[in-house]
Design a protein around this ligand. Sequence first.
Ligand SMILES: [Fe+2]
Length: 465
Amino acid sequence: MTNQDRRGVATSAADQTEIDAVDDALELFLDYELSAGAAVKQVLGDHPGSVLATVVRGYMMLMLETVAVQPKVAALAQAALGESDHAVERERLHLRALGQWAAGDVRTAASTWDRLLAQDPLDLLALKMHHYTTFWTGRANVLLATVESVLDAWDETTAGYDHVLGMYAFALNETGRFEHAEEIGRRAVAANAEDLWSVHAVAHALEMQGDLAGGDALFDVEPDQWATKNPFVGHMWWHAGLFAWSRGDYDRVLTLYDERLRPASTEFFLDLQNLSSLLTRLELAGVDVGHRWDELGDYAADRIGDHVLTFTDVHCALTLLRTGRTEELTAFTTSLQAHRAAVSSDDATGPATVGLDVAIELCHALELDAAGDPVAAAERLAAVRGDLGPIGGSHAQRDLFDLLLIDLVERARDLDQALALLRARARRWPRSAPTWHRYAAALAAAGRPGESDDAARRAMEITGS
Ligand SMILES: [Fe+2]
């Protein structure tokens, strides 16, 4: 008889000791614990034939999101498939998904996880990987539909339900159901505050609702609260920085940058996104960030030829622009175009090429800005502003490109367009002091002092709240 894991999902694990070891390691992985990698290694040491531990190890390596690991993981998946006579069908499908993802074909891997979930909606590992990759390929509706397709199979008595609620909350947020997202996210956190994705879903819901006090409360944590967590914790502090930025408290943003984000930063791709995004927001609000860009420029330049996650690509290009590395920006764009061409010739139906096309357009807009042509840069960016979803990331992250467009339009001296964009932005983000400040300045420039004073008052009310 086939053994089953904690949720009753089939496993080839030989005995209860191996089942528990794999389940425990998976729990550490889902709780964003730094120790998850060592735990998986330990399982493989104690139970060398553990298919699921091999799969989790491979998934974790690919989550580094660099081409450097892909051949190694592809070989790992291939070898494991060859030695998997004892594996159950579900495990073989996971190995297949691992190989597909390692080959850069994340869409096909997602289809394999879809199949796994259709066969067993309690396959929490398949759900997590589907959720993770769907997020980075910007398919918000699929995020929600996938969680909704499995929800009926779960309840409070199912081990790991808290993780499912966290994913559900995040998917609700990215499809515009902010209040529901907050409610579900808080339920997930109440059940398990260790899963950072659940806490993060609440942060997103508060951000989208402009609930700055709620955001501050969420991040009012003990200094060592997340000391055992993996580098995703840097992104948590990025969210704390966003709340401070919206309040116009730029000193706090810089403090968070220096004391929370920067010290924790690694070669991990998400760090570059967080740091570059926050520095750009500060500069667009008129803050001098000193030499903080320099090290980021080096990181971005090193990513030429290393294209896996499109959302990282656009942040690398942005970093090269803002560090004045114009030639490297051009080299990066050329390299991304070559990657796009290789992807489409490899497998036209597999990888997400739409996001790459949009990212290349963004790179061209940045190149035009670097060349001193904000008019053309604004036109190019405006042309794709409605199509940014496929580059991946969240609404809160992609909002950066709206800010960049406003800056470009202002530098292009198109005051009417700047006012239109700022008017829309003030309506969408009514609790954003930097937005009201900028709107006030634009209204003053347009000779509308009364409205400018009103906008400036709105900014001050937020800053003083
Ligand atoms: Fe986020």
